[in-house]
Design a protein around this ligand. Structure first.
Ligand code: PLP
Ligand code: COI
Length: 340
């Protein structure tokens, strides 16, 4: 039975659901894994995660389709990105096939929490892993826990599809986000200062620049960025220091193969911002959120698409991507995993 929740008014927040998946790593191997109703994690005071932030995470969603199936979107790519994060942080990899299987199972266990089709809400899925045993010297832990919890969520940015405003933070607020492709807790912790400052100043998010030259557009605190040129090409930053967004990879494919648009992944200089017709943030949580304006200290760049609605191409990309996710449009082979 579907839970009695006002799905339409959900924001992007934590809501405890019934089950979470847990697997422990000890003596060089992962145990078989289990489900628990207990949302609490009890740790040794010197656990690797608490002292040296040895933790990484993923984010994906389950959707209810127009035909009332429950599906996940490309969980195999989250499995492989989490494996990359784990390797970079000297953590054991949770096997990729087991990751996908655990995602499917945990969604099935919480199926009543998957918001109805058309409600605007989805079930967010958060796999994560952390070092559990005591460490004192700076070194990796020997024991780990891998968990997955779920939470029904609404839009990441308040105001739904209304365009948002970004600001370019000063260098000392720039966060090492996504450095080396690592989706890790410590990268986000280092971005909190910039995010709180941006919010206090009335901006929705930060547009980070490359830290080496401070001339190129990178990404924002929780999403990648795409631009649309005045002649309808879809352009996105090429950078080895941003998180390789699964949504972005999917959108670039959709732009090229579904909408017949030209796409480019290339370095994007801050000086070029004035030339673009549209801008949007993309990610699992952000989906595709239009950007109306970027404030870079005393300069304001307003995109021609304005502050009232999404630009035309952004709208088409949004409708095609969400159409694929919610079963209205046929998906490329291998993108949709049905929970049965
Ligand atoms: N960049 C950052 C810093 C993120 O936190 C996220 C969210 O996961 C993304 C980009 C978008 O990645 P994805 O589309 O895989 O969710
Ligand atoms: C996601 O989109 O899944 C994210 O991780 C973004 C943010 C909530 C950290």
């Amino acid at each position: 039975m579907e839970k009695n929740i006002d799905w339409q008014s959900l924001g992007f927040g934590y809501q405890k659901t019934d089950y979470r998946y847990v697997s422990d790593y000890k003596n060089g191997e992962w145990d078989t894994g289990t489900f628990t109703t207990d949302e609490k994690v009890v740790l040794n005071e010197s656990a690797g995660v608490l002292q040296y932030a040895q933790t990484c995470f993923e984010g994906l969603k389950a959707y209810r389709t127009v035909d009332n199936y429950v599906v996940c979107f490309r969980p195999d790519l989250n499995a492989s990105r989490m494996a990359d994060s784990a390797r970079r942080l000297e953590m054991p990899v949770f096997p990729e096939e087991r990751f996908v299987d655990a995602v499917k199972q945990v969604v099935k266990k919480n199926i009543d929490w998957v918001p109805p089709y058309g409600s605007g809400a989805t079930l967010y899925i958060r796999p994560y892993m952390f070092g559990t045993n005591p460490v004192m010297g700076v070194k990796p832990a020997d024991e780990y826990q891998f968990r997955i919890f779920t939470s029904p969520v609404g839009p990441y940015f308040k105001g739904g599809a209304k365009p948002i405003t970004l600001r370019v933070p000063d260098f000392d607020r720039a966060a090492p986000l996504g450095t080396g492709h690592v989706k890790a807790g410590l990268n986000y912790a280092m971005s909190l200062h910039a995010i709180v400052e941006a919010h206090n100043l009335g901006y929705n998010e930060n547009m980070y620049l490359d830290s080496a030259t401070r001339t190129k557009v990178e990404e924002t605190g929780g999403a990648n960025i795409i631009f649309v040129t005045k002649d309808n090409r879809v352009v996105t930053p090429k950078s080895s220091t941003i998180l390789p967004s699964i949504t972005r990879r999917s959108l670039m494919y959709v732009a090229e193969h579904y909408l017949g648009l030209q796409v480019e992944e290339r370095e994007i200089f801050k000086e070029e911002l004035n030339d673009f017709a549209e801008c949007a943030l993309c990610g699992t949580a952000a989906v595709l959120s239009p950007v109306g304006k970027v404030v870079d200290h005393d300069k304001e760049i307003s995109f021609p698409s304005g502050m009232e609605k999404m630009g035309n191409i952004t709208q088409k990309l949004y409708e095609t991507l969400t159409g694929i996710q919610m079963g209205r449009i046929e998906a490329p082979k291998g993108w949709i995993y049905i929970i049965d």
